[in-house]
Design a protein around this ligand. Sequence first.
Ligand SMILES: *[C@@H]1O[C@H](CO)[C@@H](O)[C@H](O)[C@H]1NC(C)=O
Ligand SMILES: *[C@@H]1O[C@H](CO)[C@@H](O)[C@H](O)[C@H]1NC(C)=O
Ligand SMILES: *[C@@H]1O[C@H](CO)[C@@H](O)[C@H](O)[C@H]1NC(C)=O
Length: 627
Amino acid sequence: MEMYLLISITCLIAGTNGIDRDFPPIIKEPIVSQTKYEQAGAEVIMACKADANPPAEYEWKWNGDKILNNEHIEEDSNSGEIRFKSLTPREMGDFQCYAYNRIGGKIIKAASAIITVEVAYLNSWETNEDLPPRISVEEGEPVKLTCDDTPSRNPPGQFKWYRGDEDGGEVIQDKRIAIDAEGSLHFAYALKAVDLAGEEYKCAIFIRELNSINLGSGKILDVKELNPIPERKPNVVYYKEIQKALVGYDVDIECVFSGYPLATITWKDKDQQEIPTNGRGRYEFIEESHRILRINKVVETDEGTYTCSGTNKVGSDDRSTFLNVTSRPIWVKALSTLTIVEKRTAPMTCKTRPSIREGPNSPPEWFENGDPISQVKFNSGKYVLEDNGQILRVNDLVKPDDITCYQCKVTNSEGFTFGSGCLDVIEPIEIIKHPEGTQVIKKGDMVDLTFIAESDPAWTLYDKWYFNDEAYPNRPPFVTYNETANTAYINTESLTDEEYGKIFGVYTREIFHQHERKNISTLVQEKDKEEFVRGSSPFNWWNLLYILLALVILAIIAIIIYCCCCGKTDYNVDEKEKGLWDAPKEELKYYEFPDLPQAEINGVEPKRQPLQLTDDPVNFEDDESLN
Ligand SMILES: *[C@@H]1O[C@H](CO)[C@@H](O)[C@H](O)[C@H]1NC(C)=O
Ligand SMILES: *[C@@H]1O[C@H](CO)[C@@H](O)[C@H](O)[C@H]1NC(C)=O
Ligand SMILES: *[C@@H]1O[C@H](CO)[C@@H](O)[C@H](O)[C@H]1NC(C)=O
């Protein structure tokens, strides 16, 4: 085996010389999907911003299509702004910004989150020349006045009822009077007092976003007085068999009861547990009558059957509503930007799930830079779809060709979820200089531990030391740095024998940045003792002579002690002998190091041989005392 006299160490980290690295656009705004309600006629400006090098330009899409600048919409491809001069319902829809730049001769486009633009508006009721419908009831009978021919509007708004007109006063809901989700006005029982003597009850729609209210759909209510008012058992006059709810939003479950006297309303949750009248957890009653059960911020496990009961002294009634909790596809792992080293594979992942007990989501539709991916890339094996198309694997990455952006769209019954993520490909960490894989040394030699590495300048390199698999935050023992020469080494000459015995083993330097880790190791072995004996240096022969001499003396002493003291085994060796016999414990650790080739492990074996050199009566208890 060859001897390495000089071996040294340092991890010289290549400086970050360039900030001017090309990278694909990273969208900064908008990054959260949202719905924007704006008034018709308003001027609306939406911004799009992305970090990119070269700097990004922008383009907006409307319901997936390019927007043509016209007198209603203006786009600025440099600032990323889109401007609606005077918003109308015509411009409602999904707006999405694409930020693009040019790397490696092609255009790379990242997609923003989607902004859904809703225009708040409220049309007028159709004027109706017919006489308003008349509804005739007796006192104690339930009343339902429907809100008919409602005008088109956005958002749906809130129903209200007025007596006569706006000046006549709003009908205030109480335990007896309710307006249901479809706008109908209910009286649990009629009284002569609600007869407006030929005046109309008028339905109205209030839109908070517009702070505007429109009246229409008049009804005339005639009530016939009775004395006494007959009692009636409660009946459910409004409820829904199925109520849909979206995860994360509040939902109201409603039951309107008739009956005289008034029914007392109670609720059971999906586990058939009575809900206390002051609510519980996310359950809340928003009307004093308790006819509306509100569940705040619905979660998937809220799905189930809720039951309302109404009871008075003559009887009771109940109904069950199935709360169907749904959601757009829910992210399990959203498509995101990845930075990956050349030659490796990039797993672009677009993983979603439906909400509990819902049908499956569609497999993702994939796009590259905003366009469907060409089949050629799949045919060539460059792209592979896995896991039901939820992972797009990009193989054998090359810089800059594979620097690009992907988008995915997953659809279900409730709508779609859109993901966007770019792939940045970087050069691997390169090892410029490293010591030999194995260094066989003797006392006086230098151990080379100089590692020099380089990486893509955008990432700072870090390093970490291991010696025989143990991490050293600073550096392993006896390792010296020479800052001027950028070297690291162990100078064995300056070590005591005991220290020298501890330096053998595997030195590993883990070199890493955010996106890659690399280990480089060198095994430091003590020069084979047999070789040592066979060596040509007279010094070695002298050593051997000393050993033999020492052994002879030991043997004689041992015999004398044995003879004189009849088996007393205590025995001391002097320091010199100790150094010669002491097989360094650390050496044994080589056997545990999994990365070493078997040949090198075997190469260590002969070192223990010298222990069997003699037949002299040095017994093994003594051998133990040597360690
Ligand atoms: C809930 O509603 C969705 C969409 O309307 C439907 O596909 C689904 O089957 C419903 N779930 C249940 C449990 O009824
Ligand atoms: C490098 O080696 C150390 C010690 O054996 C180990 O803990 C670490 O995980 C290795 N790192 C790599 C990237 O292999
Ligand atoms: C460090 O290396 C330089 C250049 O090789 C050398 O001149 C200097 O003596 C070394 N310093 C130490 C402390 O060994």
